[in-house]
Ligand binder design. Structure first.
Ligand SMILES: C[S@@+](CC[C@H](N)C(=O)[O-])C[C@H]1O[C@@H](n2cnc3c(N)ncnc32)[C@H](O)[C@@H]1O
Length: 203
């Protein structure tokens, strides 16, 4: 089944499990390093908009969420009605340069083939304002069991596509685009370990 349809099917479960994991520390550590306290946020693979889009909206931010699952966006319109949503594949959307003070892609980028990550990161680089920052979750061997991975892992009874290269290659790609790496943290949340990366355009 296509990932998009799988996430449509997951929407109910997501709805039932909302608020299960406390992301306050993740949010506060990213929010705390932003240069502006209100601004424009882009959330790629926003899902139901919780917790991150909601937390930014609550702090006065203007939030644009992109997701290719219609059902997840329906939930988002319930929980974060203030968010502008775009029903699209994040690889297809286009924005004017220097539009966003912050960009997040939490638990979503690992569904994009790793050989397409550089193109997507180049777009993020152009969409961010010079003092902006981006936060994303990256899969590593701690989740998939391989240093580089391109395949399927069963999640909640469905085979989901995941893809990643090694952290070292990821950092090299980011730096060659012009990002500086602000922080990298392996976080275990809900018994799943992912790498959380914060980057900003080099000054
Ligand atoms: C695990 S959920 C994460 C949702 C939310 N970001 C969070 O942190 O809870 C992954 C989301 O990414 C979306 N997604 C995955 N690949 C996508 C793509 N290529 N374009 C747009 N959305 C995508 C899915 O539809 C799903 O809503």
């Amino acid at each position: 089944m296509k990932l998009q349809k799988i996430y449509d099917g997951f929407a109910e479960t997501y709805d039932q499990n909302r608020g299960l994991f406390d992301m306050t520390e993740v949010f506060e550590s990213f929010y705390g390093c932003l240069d502006v306290k209100t601004g424009n946020l882009l959330d790629l693979g926003c899902g139901a908009g919780e917790p991150f889009a909601r937390l930014f909206v609550d702090r006065g931010w203007t939030v644009t969420g992109v997701d290719f699952s219609q059902r997840m966006l329906e939930l988002a319109s319930k929980y974060v009605p203030e968010m502008k949503t775009i029903h699209a594949d994040m690889r297809q959307v286009e924005f004017e340069p220097n539009q966003f003070d912050a960009i997040i892609a939490t638990y979503s980028l690992f569904h994009i083939p790793s050989n397409e990550h550089a193109t997507l990161f180049e777009k993020l680089y152009s969409w961010l304002r010079p003092n902006g920052k981006a936060l994303f979750t990256y899969a590593t061997k701690e989740y998939t069991g391989s240093v580089e991975f391109d395949g399927y892992i069963n999640f909640m009874g469905q085979d989901l596509y995941y893809s990643h290269t090694s952290p070292e290659k990821l950092y090299s790609i980011l730096q060659s685009i012009g990002f500086q790496i602000e922080s990298t943290n392996y976080r275990n949340i809900g018994d799943e370990t992912f790498l959380w990366v914060t980057v900003s355009p080099k000054g």
